[in-house]
Design a protein. Structure first.
Length: 110
């Protein structure tokens, strides 16, 4: 019987923690992982290009360096596309969620 009571207590505590709603992810202006990644790529891009130019002295084949440079440029272009296009759409959706949440809270506040 004690085991059953302990199991019920543990289960109820686990279920209670799942039911608590957090609004942290719906708040505006919370930086995302993608924001950090895009900023890191933007900061590192000129440094990486300089390192590729410096790697020419290491007698690495031109085709390998060209492929690396092309991949780095593609990564940079995709990060800028995220920053200039997709991020705005996500911000709009996030704002709609926050606005709806405030409206819902004000309508049903006791």
């Amino acid at each position: 019987m004690r085991k059953f009571i302990y199991i019920c207590c543990i289960l109820s505590m686990m279920l209670w923690s799942m039911g608590v709603a957090g609004k942290a992810f719906a708040e505006p202006n919370v930086p995302t992982v993608m924001d950090g990644l895009v900023n890191h790529i933007s900061d590192r891009y000129p440094i990486i290009l300089n390192e590729i130019d410096g790697a020419k002295k290491a007698e690495i084949s031109v085709s390998t360096l060209s492929a690396i440079k092309t991949n780095v440029e593609n990564i940079y272009k995709q990060s800028q596309k995220w920053k200039n296009c997709f991020e705005g759409k996500l911000y709009q959706n996030r704002s709609q969620i926050v606005d709806y949440d405030r409206t819902f809270d004000s309508l049903y506040a006791e």
